[in-house]
Design a protein around this ligand. Sequence first.
Ligand code: ASP
Length: 689
Amino acid sequence: MLAAPLRRGSFGLQTIALARRSYIEIANLLHERQLRGKISQSRTLPNRRNYHSRPPLRQQCRSIEEVSTVLGQYKSSVEFPSATHSFTDLLQNANSGDTVIIHGYLGHRADLSKKLSFVRITDTTMRQNIQIISSAKENAHQKLKSISANSPVAIRGTIQTKKGSTGEKERSDIEKIDSLEIQLEDIWPLNEFPKDIIMTPETVFPAEYRYLQLRSDRSLREALQFRSNARRICREELENCSPPFAEIETPLLFKSTPEGAREFLVPTRRKGFAYALPQSPQQYKQILMASGIPRYYQFARCFRDEDLRADRQPEFTQLDLEMSFATGEDVMTIIERVIRKLWSTLLDETPASGPFKRLSYQDAMSRFGSDKPDTRFGMEITRLDYVLPIDLVQKISPLTSPIVEAFKLPCEENDPAKTLDFITRFLDSPAGAAFNNNPDGGPGIFVYDAKKPLHGLMPFGFEAAERVEEILEPDHGDLIVLQARKNVPFAGGSTPLGDLRKALHWEAVKSDIKDAPTGFDFLWIVDFPLFSPTNENEPGQGGAAGLSSTHHPFTAPKSAADVDLLLTDPAAAVADHYDLVVNGVELGGGSRRIHDARVQEIVFREILQMPASRIADFSHLLEALRAGCPPHAGIALGFDRLIAVMLGKESVRDVIAFPKTGKGEDVMVGSPSEMSEELLATYHLRLRQ
Ligand code: ASP
């Protein structure tokens, strides 16, 4: 065995032992390994540099001596002592003279003399630090001096009451334990924090270094802990119901079905076959209802290959649930209970008592121009076209007989010049471009000015100006915004005026024109249309009717009258669909489901006019409903969004450990990665030219 030649491509411990005698052989081996590394990297990650700006991993082992040193150091970190105390234990239970072992990260050392050093050690949660005193009397003193700041260590020492303070400048986010200090007896370096990584409280790390972002940012780490606590509370609340919700996992390797969103496919080695990742566990959870499971829930991973609009992730987490023998009312009651528990336990804030407010989709769209309105700051929209002179309407819109709506932005300073300056700056900025370029006409802007003829409302004419004053009740310096839109039923999530209301309010808060709204205003948006005109940019159900399901095709009509509308005027049918909204953010949505297989099939075939092949993709669900499935209803809350709202974070990325960028990439690991020819062949795939 000793005489065996070096095998190409192996670099195990055994190989090193065999080759120990010959430095040249080792050098060749390392060189070969280095080359192999380069080759395999360039084959599997040809675009890595597109994702990463960092250099490739540095070659660390250069000689057999260095290899032995590294392994020696590693050995000592493998056998390190367990901690006898957490920092909390130290404060509560440790007495002067006790010998303790603690774990943590070393701070910056202050050498008072050759013989005396101070260093703080931060606990493993990075919340508290304590002072260590090291004197040359102990062997550990030299060891301590060889360890760089931020390195993980284990320390043994004797507790003593604190005599004085010295050492590194404190980090404001780390609490300093003042009452105790530890006289160092021994130290185990557990790994080295490299000198080329500069980590100060001010350092901002790019997404490639997510672990350093997390390590240096306490609020990120705390958000993950908060998320974990929130999960526990949801779980407890649902499992304490009677009957309890059961946590059931459903498959991630699913199949492609036209539920509504674009899916991610997972090719298999079986030629021509692929799984699809679930856009939601919707179909499985309904099948659970047909299976005699009364109440299901799951923290479900969902995958949607959507255009990554602001703050969406291609994979995300839902708190998903379903209840049998239940209606939407039952679901809303349960969710209100979970929300109350979350808010009261984690935020010390209980939402207003009584059921959450409800607003129909029609009312939300006409009063706020949004199906997820922030209802905390007024600026309600009012329809005005019936009071406006034709020539004014023609000035603001090329449309014939449009609907014209307006809102007022109260400007507390009562200074028309300032208001004008504010709105001009906004409309001239990039944020204003989309509103100016609206093909239905840009916004009509008026500043109410008591000192001007007709109070600045001259273009309205005398009569209309008076009516507008009656309706909007503006004060001196307030802004009035008019906007035309086509005279057609509401569809989609917002109107341009609704978007402008939100954008201007946001801008007014930033510019100190308005105070930021506070508190949480929960509301259910209900009575959505069952179907909406098909949007070319979304896959929908691929039916020929020009309609797609607003929520998903399993949503039930709201009333018996809506059932009748299915055949006469499906576009007018209202759905038993409810969205939970808080402060302008949609936390989630659900619906009562069609539990009758025949009706479900009518929706697929007659209403949506889906091709037979796509209906067949749902045959498992139809069969399950046909097997006497009880009525059922459910909901899914976007869990990432929920946590972000609770913590007041602007982006869901701040509450996800490893989020993807706006391009759907994880730049830390370099995903997605390009498929090699070899991989393509494995899945019987070929790239189109
Ligand atoms: N599956 C739905 C969604 O992901 C939620 C539900 O209807 O329960 O939006």
